[in-house]
Design a protein. Structure first.
Length: 279
């Protein structure tokens, strides 16, 4: 029998056959663990990171921000997995469904490793979980070693544009591993003026839910950033949302994109990385 987490926080022996994922990171981890066969529902954003789901019969439901009790209840899940960002009323909707609920709120890479381990334990795939974590750590260590003796340009990385919000702590850790110095406070709101005062040499935008469609030229113009060194030197980039904002193994693709943006002299252009197009 497997392990499941109930909505009162207890742990029971239970065989998981019907899992609802309300966040792409949980879906990616289930895929990596070889447990997509347990997934009966996920969000539309999960299809972007796990396109193989398009070949399966999976119900599309609202995500962790907009979760709906009725949608969850009618699926009769053994477990609902959700993750940040949450909305208080969405959590209330999940709890009202009566389903066992595993809620995740990672902030750092260490938290993400812990969440992968937890999901692996729940679905009885602990060795696979350990392998995923080891692979992520090894890849990060390899990039960190390659950048150890390089210059460390200042990097501003944002997860949202209106208002400007700096990327999460795990992204700051990846920026450091990729040979940059993260400027600003991870996860905090910043004004365009505050970003300018930090004098970033590289600017990266990875907006939640925007894929690779961040309008780089427009945000530079509207924020008055034309004089910044990052703009003058054409060091302004978009990285696909799911590569930096999905706290799962997909972060390794984000790491390679960061390394290519921060140190293009040492790393080849990476998938999911787009440079600003200005005259």
């Amino acid at each position: 029998m497997g392990v499941s987490i109930c909505n009162t926080g207890c742990v029971e022996n239970y065989t998981l056959r019907r899992v609802v994922s309300l966040q792409p990171s949980a879906t990616v981890t289930l895929r990596d663990l070889g447990k997509l066969d347990t997934l009966v529902a996920c969000t539309k954003y999960c299809l972007d990171v796990c396109p193989e789901l398009k070949e399966r019969i999976v119900v599309i439901v609202a995500d962790s921000w907009t979760a709906q009790n009725d949608q969850i209840r009618q699926l009769h899940p053994d477990l609902v997995i959700a993750s940040v960002p949450y909305q208080e009323k969405a959590i209330a909707e999940i709890m009202k469904s009566g389903a066992r609920f595993l809620g995740l709120a990672p902030k750092s890479l260490a938290d993400i490793y812990g969440d992968i381990s937890l999901i692996a334990a729940v679905v009885q795939a602990i060795p696979a979980g350990d392998a995923i974590i080891a692979k992520m750590k090894n890849e990060i260590a390899t990039i960190r070693e390659r950048t150890a003796n390089l210059s460390r340009p200042k990097v501003f990385c944002e997860e949202w544009g209106k208002p400007v919000i700096a990327s999460q702590r795990w992204v700051a850790e990846l920026v450091e591993a990729a040979g940059g110095e993260f400027v600003g406070t991870p996860g905090a709101q910043a004004s365009p003026e505050q970003v300018s005062e930090a004098v970033p040499e590289v600017i990266i935008a990875a907006w939640c839910g925007a894929g690779d469609r961040v309008p780089l030229e427009k945000i530079i113009a509207t924020r008055g950033w034309h004089a910044l060194a990052a703009v003058r030197n054409r060091r302004v980039y978009c990285i696909r949302d799911e590569y930096l904002n999905t706290p799962a193994s997909t972060l390794i693709q984000g790491l390679h994109a960061l390394a290519a943006a921060i140190h293009p002299e040492c790393f080849p252009h990476a998938q999911g990385l787009r440079c600003i197009n200005i005259e």
